[in-house]
Each structure stands twice: as C-alpha cells, then as structure tokens.
Design a binder for this molecule. Structure first.
Ligand code: G4P
Length: 528
C-alpha cells in the first residue's frame, strides 16, 4: 500500500498554455503517446453513438476550430502520474482557462519557433505568474525554418521578464533538423523523424565529445552544435531548480511535436523538475497535500455533457488526503454532507469510476447543481479555498426567449449556465430581465446555441446599452443599502443573489465611484 507522501510525490498536475496554432493539441497527443496513455477527452468517456449525438454547440466549436470544453487526461510515465489539464485556446474563453490554471502546479508554455511569444501566450503566462506557477517552455516547429534559438531565448527573457536557460539545443533547423541535444543530462538521444507510432528508444551519445556524434550527424551540424552549446552555456545561467519552482526561471526545450523531436526530453523535464502538488491556500489556513484528511475544491463545472441527461460534472481537484469512493464529504458552502457515490476518474484506461484518488488528481463529481465553482469539500473542517475569482464581463447583452411563454425555462437555462461558469447572468431589479455577460463576443453565439439545443428555448441576444458590471461591497452595510435604494434602475443580482451595479458607460462607472467613495465597485469576485 503506497503511502500518502509517496503518492503526492509521484504526481505532476499541469496544463499546456499557448497561442492558437502553436501546437498544443499536437503536443498533447504526443505526450499521451509517449506516456502510452490514453483516455482522451472529457469526464464521461463519450463513445461511438453518444459522441456523434453531441449537441450543436459542439459543431460551433468544431467549425471555429476552437476547443470550448476543457478536459483532463491522466497518464503514467517514468513512474509518475501526470494529470494534464486541457485549457481552451481561444481568447474568448479565458476565464475558463484561468480557473483551470488554478488547479495546476506547473505549466508547459508552447511557442511557435517562427512566431515567438504571441498575444495569448503572454496573457496566459501572466495568469500563471499571478500564482507563481513554474513554467517549462517548449519551442515547437523546429522542423520548419524559424527564428534563431538565441533570439528566441532572448525574447522569452525580455518579454516575460524571466530568467531562461536552454534545457535542450536544436541540431539544425527546417529540413535539416535532426533533434535536440539534452543540455541538462549532457547527452543526445537520436531518433528518426517520428510519426504517430510510439517512438523508438533511439541511439544515445554521451557528451559533446562523443565520436558517435561525428559518425551519426553531418559534420557541419556537429561543429555548429558544439559552438552553439558552448556559447549558450557561456551566456545563459545554469538550470536552477529553486528558481524554476519559484517561477522566476524557465527551462527552454526545443523540438517538433509533429515529428516527436524533443518530446521525450520535455516529458523527462516535467517528470524530474516540475513540482508535485503544492499547498493549497484557504481563507482559514494553508492546506498541505500530506494531510490525512481529504479536502478538495471545484474549479470547473461542465453541464449537459450528455444532452439526454441533465447531468453536470463538477471538476474537483484533490488538495489533501487519500480520497476513496463512497466517502462522505462536507460541502462547506451549504454545510451538508455529500456521499461520493459515483466519482468519475480520468485515470486508469478502462475505468470510469474513481475508486480512489490522491492530492493533485482531478475527479469528476456528477451532481444536480449543488456544487459550484470555488466550492470546498472537506471531511468536516470549515475551509474555504482561495484564489478562484469571477471576472466582471466585458460584454453585456439582454437575452429573451423568442416565445415569451418560455421565460421560466430561460431563467433555468441562464442560471445553470452561470453556475457552470459559461457566462455571467444578472437579473435586473426592475423588470426582472436577464442580462448575460461574457468576455468574448463568440460566447453569445455559443450560449444561444446551447440554450436552444440543451434547454429547448430559442433565444435572441440584443444590445442592452451596458458597458460593464461591478460587484458591490462596503464596510458599512448601511452605506451599501443606501446605494442600492438610490440606484434600483442600475442594479441587478448575480446567480448567487449578490448585488451588481450595471454601468452604462465608462463615465457612468467613474462618476458613481467618485460620488460614493465609501463603496467598493469590484471587477472580480471571490466565491463566498
Ligand atoms: P493548437 O492546438 O495550439 O492550436 O495547435 P495544433 O496542435 O492544432 O497545431 C496547429 C498546426 O501546426 C497544425 O497544422 C499542426 O499539424 C501543426 N504543427 C504542430 N506541431 C508542429 C511541428 O512540430 N511542426 C510543424 N511543421 N507543424 C506542426 P494544421 O495544418 O493546422 O493542421 P493539420 O491539418 O496538420 O492537422
């Protein structure tokens, strides 16, 4: 029976962040291929018919070539258990991505060698930095002509203000790309250009002076490699594990995910250096993964994964303890005990039910809406996990059912989607209208599609003449009440019943803030 400490130590829970098209999907597939996994895609494994019966909004997703829904993939490699959390790449879904990043201990940042750091890479990186999440960098597509490796290292260092150290070095580029020299272990494992087969062991050369290098590679490439490595070692700091774990240094791996180059080195890097589950901050105290008692938090809700059943899966990250199926956990927000009858695991290949799980693992808990994003589950202690905020939406529209008789159905749909975190829903004080808030315009389309297909309510979204929303807080409850009484026409409630100020434009927001100095107009909200 493995001990809790050993299981914690073995786990690596991470995500891949990148700008669309840099190669995240390809790299994910290759990591799974190397890991010999696979349980791909989603909490409830959709097979054959069921998968084909997916609702129309999935078509929206496919047509747009974006991944709307995140999922979890677990695989074993080199004696470690990896939990890879997928993040939607499209910028319209950044809030979902943000929350997923609250559930990882490290991230792999994929960069296209020809493009360098792109807008979305940078945004996601900033989210990681907020939590000091250690970043491993993978420069992809070296099989094409890209930028000079030194230039790329420099760009990462300058734009992200991180110390960089090359962990591997590319041998050639484009057509002549042969693979990557492992600078940390001072060796080369030479493999053929790969495809979708599990890669061969390869031929190993030890050290840059190994004569095998001269035998196996063209002379000019070996000379260039020796020169460049010498230069890189002279210019860049050595890999410093502490600095990496604190999030101030990133090891940079080069490769080509498509051709299996550099993937093994990257995986070994994550296995060896990425941290095992870290302590989880809560309002009351920090939760250590090695604590005997189980605690966990919800970072994502996915509703209606199977359109035939109104099921919802709460994605829960274990923060501490040894979780077992059937155990009773306290849902701290409601104070109620919940029995974990059917936890879903994304773990072992052919099992869907989680018999057990350890800190760092993600389990799916089917439920009917009682679990919400940010909720904490414990064996009894009142703990509230911190750091999973909601963001004020940047776009607001009014939603109406095309058939006015379906107002009630619409309310249910909107409330459920808000609980899932797919959008913000605000019900106006006057007139009880639904205002839906999102961060990217595409989300309105996806929502309209989902409300129609999953709830059978055709809807229209229309402009509401609103600029943004702010949650309200004040030290003095009387002040809050005074404001609310005076601004009924600008007020709404979110799906938790918390008051929200709806600003018509930037001036309206600023003017209100100036007129009510004791009131706080908040752009983010932490779950209660
Ligand atoms: P994403 O998830 O980050 O959006 O990227 P994805 O893996 O889908 O890759 C985007 C495109 O880049 C794909 O080409 C993919 O084949 C290609 N790609 C990924 N890794 C490499 C690499 O190492 N080298 C080269 N040359 N290309 C790579 P596509 O044409 O959009 O799709 P497909 O038709 O090839 O599947």
């Amino acid at each position: 029976m493995p001990s809790l400490a050993e299981e914690v130590d073995r786990r690596r829970t991470f995500a891949i962040i990148s700008h669309p098209d840099a190669g995240k999907t390809t790299l994910t597939e290759k990591l799974l291929l190397f890991g010999g996994a696979i349980q791909l895609a989603g909490a409830v494994k959709a097979r054959g018919e069921r998968r084909r019966a997916r609702s129309d909004w999935m078509k929206v997703e496919q047509e747009r070539g974006i991944s709307v829904a995140s999922s979890v993939m677990t695989y074993e490699y080199l004696g470690r258990t990896f939990n890879l959390l997928d993040t939607p790449g499209h910028e319209d879904f950044s809030e979902d991505t943000y929350r997923t990043l609250t559930a990882v201990d490290s991230a792999v940042m994929v960069i296209d060698a020809a493009k360098g750091i792109e807008a979305q890479t940078r945004k996601l990186f900033e989210v990681c930095r907020l939590r000091d999440v250690p970043i491993v960098t993978f420069v992809n597509k070296l099989d094409r002509e890209g930028r000079d490796p030194f230039e790329l290292l420099d760009e990462v260092e300058q734009t992200l203000a991180l110390d960089v150290t090359p962990a591997s070095w590319p041998i050639g580029m484009g057509q002549r790309f042969k693979g990557c020299y492992d600078l940390i272990h001072d060796r080369l494992i030479l493999v053929e250009r790969g495809n979708n087969d599990r890669p061969a062991e390869g031929i190993q050369c030890n050290g840059l002076d190994d004569p095998k290098l001269d035998e196996l590679l063209p002379a000019d490439l070996v000379t260039e490699l020796r020169e460049q490595v010498e230069m890189a070692r002279g210019l860049c700091p050595e890999f410093d594990l502490e600095a990496f774990r604190q999030g101030t240094m990133t090891p940079v791996y080069f490769g080509s995910a498509l051709n299996n180059f550099g993937v093994r080195e990257l995986l070994e890097g994550v296995a060896d250096y990425a941290p095992s589950p870290r302590p989880q901050p809560a309002v009351e105290r920090s939760i250590s993964p090695a604590e005997d008692k189980v605690s966990a938090f919800v970072f994502k809700i996915q509703a209606n994964m199977d359109p035939k059943h109104r099921d919802r899966i709460a994605f829960v990250r274990l923060s501490s303890g040894h979780f077992k199926r059937g155990m009773k956990l306290k849902h701290v927000r409601s104070g109620k005990m919940m029995t974990m009858h059917n936890p879903v695991l994304f773990l072992a290949r052919d099992r869907e039910v989680a018999e057990e799980a350890w800190p760092g693992d993600i389990i799916g808990i089917p439920n009917h809406g009682n679990l919400r994003i940010g909720d904490t589950l414990t064996e009894g202690e009142d703990l509230h996990v911190k750091g999973i905020p909601s963001f004020a939406p940047e776009l607001l529209q009014r939603v109406r059912p095309t058939d006015p008789m379906k107002m009630k159905h619409l309310s249910r749909a909107v409330e459920q989607l808000a609980e899932e975190g797919a959008a913000k829903a605000f019900k106006t004080r006057l007139g009880s209208q639904w205002i839906v808030g999102v961060v990217g315009a595409l989300q309105f389309e996806v929502l309209a599609d989902r409300i129609r297909t999953e709830y059978d309510v055709p809807v229209t979204f229309e402009t509401a003449g609103l600029h943004t929303a702010r949650w309200l807080a004040a030290d003095d409850p009387a002040e809050l009440k005074k404001f609310i009484d005076a601004h009924q026409g600008d007020l709404a409630e979110d799906h938790d019943g918390d008051p929200v100020f709806l600003a018509r434009n930037g001036w309206h927001l600023n003017h209100t803030a100036e007129t009510w100095p004791k009131l706080r107009l908040l752009a983010t909200k932490e779950p209660a």
